[in-house]
Design a protein around this ligand. Structure first.
Ligand SMILES: Nc1ncnc2c1ncn2[C@@H]1O[C@H](COP(=O)(O)OP(=O)(O)OP(=O)(O)O)[C@@H](O)[C@H]1O
Ligand SMILES: [Mg+2]
Length: 502
């Protein structure tokens, strides 16, 4: 579905560079709205290629963007993006578009008493005026003017002129990131020699938290003991610069320095700052939690490997062949589980790419092949990422089925080699398929097929009993095993167990 902005853009004929300029403006203009305590609307001519002139009554304007201030109540409860208005209704917007200069005036207040104040700022891009920002506020509900309000409005004026000159939004500005500071978080104003001329109360508090108590006005950031070249860099590049400052790893401040330019000269800077200590602490905790989980998987894998080595050692000391085989089987089963933990120790999150497990299990099965034939294993399809809890059960099941095919499909009796092979050289096909509800796994071999009267429901041998139990109780799925020019095993497992969140 198209967004309102997308639809609004369709009513214009802006070339891509111009569109990017407006997109950048709308990504950063909450700063303007906050500084002027007003709602802002961005108007652009409705398909200027359609003919007519701006003064033409029939001409239309479309609202491309709308932003509300966080420093003041809004005048517009409704979303106006995409609205089309006749130019006649917005004479100040038309004036700004035509003259390329800021136009100020009044507008009747449709929804309330009195008049609304309107200021229209043309948005220039190279030589063109693309549209106009309309700042609308009501003198009756405007904030009481104190020192802070005066400073903010003056900053707004300086930035408005930069919009009119085509300097703001900055051409190479990295768009504000998540948690990027806003006016309400803290504002500092610097003059053309990087000296502080104003610090908002929230900025004072943030600086206190990192231990800066000295007089701020007249000082510079480095003189305050802040080890940063952010102002210098932004003056030199004439672009906004963002930096994070950490103090004794207890407090983290995020600073964004926006240079203020007038007639090509840097006249000062606006520094927004925000205490992001809590945000960063949470990030770090998440990171450590992730790393801890991975470390635990790593240790589990190591422990399982130790157990499997112990079993191998023990098997060597046992004389009875049956005992040797039993221990070797147990060792193999443990290694199948270790594979999952090995992969989980490398991945973050609780989903495992099952392909990687399949790959490791196939390798394990082929290595355990002591029969006279090489057995080719072909893998088709995939299950994608699956929850870790399912991965363990499913990999044990798959290891058993692969092992059975390798062990039983291509020998008759215990040792006798299957001589005649009507279906070509020994091979196992693994077919995976998944949809939002199901995982389907097929293990098929072209071997001797199942013994007479075989029934998976009644078989009491260990391998398939494990398989049956895991599929039914752990995975809530179903299994069937049939003769089909060899053996065909089909598993069907729901992607989520009904009613449980893993
Ligand atoms: N792919 C197959 N082809 C032919 N026969 C099979 C196949 N899979 C299983 N069987 C038969 O089913 C029997 C039961 O298998 P199951 O895995 O339960 O036990 P096992 O492999 O004999 O011993 P273990 O408990 O070590 O796995 C096997 O002994 C074999 O006869
Ligand atoms: Mg078996």
């Amino acid at each position: 579905m198209s967004s309102p902005l997308e639809l609004a853009y369709r009513n214009t004929s802006l070339e891509p560079g111009a569109r990017r300029h407006l997109d950048r403006l709308m990504a950063t203009w909450s700063l303007l709205a906050d500084l002027c305590f007003s709602d802002l609307l961005l108007y652009v001519p409705f398909d200027p290629l359609a003919g007519g002139t701006l003064s033409d009554d029939a001409h239309m304007l479309v609202v491309l963007g709308q932003v509300r201030p966080t420093t003041s109540p809004t005048l517009f409860e409704i979303d106006l993006v995409g609205e089309v208005v006749t130019a006649r209704e917005l004479p100040l917007v038309v004036e700004a578009l035509r003259t390329g200069a800021i136009a100020v005036g009044e507008q009747r207040n449709d929804s309330g008493e009195g008049h609304l104040r309107v200021e229209c700022i043309p948005v220039r891009y190279s030589a063109q005026v693309l549209g106009a920002i309309s700042r609308v506020w009501s003198p009756t509900i405007a904030r009481r003017r104190g020192a802070l309000e005066r400073v903010y409005l003056e900053l707004f004026e300086r930035l408005s002129l930069m919009v009119t000159d085509g300097i703001f939004p900055f051409a190479d500005d990295e768009l504000p990131v998540e948690h990027s500071p806003r006016v309400g978080d803290g504002v500092m104003v610097l003059d053309d020699r990087s000296r502080i001329t104003f610090v908002s109360p929230n900025a004072v508090s943030a600086l206190h938290r990192i231990g800066i108590m000295s007089a701020l006005n007249g000082s510079t950031l480095p003189a305050l003991g802040l080890d940063t070249s952010i102002v210098q860099d932004s003056f030199a590049t004439r672009l906004p610069v963002v930096e994070e400052i950490e103090r004794r790893s207890e407090v983290t401040l995020l600073l964004r320095c926006i240079p203020l330019l007038s007639r090509g000269e840097v006249t000062g800077a606006l520094v927004l700052l925000r205490d992001v200590t809590d945000v960063r602490r949470r990030d770090r905790l998440l990171l450590t939690k992730d790393a801890t989980i991975r470390e635990v998987h790593h240790r589990v894998k190591n422990n399982l490997q130790t157990i499997s080595s112990l079993l191998r050692l023990q098997a060597r000391r046992i004389e009875a062949p049956a005992g040797k085989i039993a221990l070797a089987e147990a060792e193999r089963r443990i290694r199948a589980i270790a594979v999952v933990h090995e992969i989980l120790s490398r991945e973050s999150g609780d989903q495992v790419p099952f392909d990687e497990i399949v790959h490791a299990l196939v390798k394990m099965a082929q290595e355990s092949n002591v029969g006279p034939h090489d057995v080719a294993v072909r893998v088709e399809g995939e299950l994608g990422d699956i929850p870790a809890e399912m991965a363990t059960s499913l990999s044990v099941v798959l290891a058993e089925l692969l092992q059975n095919a390798i062990e039983h499909a291509f020998v008759a009796g215990d040792t006798e080699v299957v001589a005649e092979r009507p279906d070509g050289p020994p091979r196992i096909d693994l077919v995976f398929h998944h949809d939002p509800q199901h995982y389907e796994v097929i293990v098929r071999d072209n071997g001797v097929g199942l013994p007479e009267g075989f029934d998976i429901e009644v078989t009491r041998s260990l391998g398939l009993s494990i398989v049956r139990d895991l599929v039914r109780t752990q995975l809530d799925g179903s299994i069937s095993m049939v003769d089909d020019r060899g053996t065909l095993v089909r598993l069907d497992v729901p992607t989520r167990r009904a009613g449980t969140a893993f």
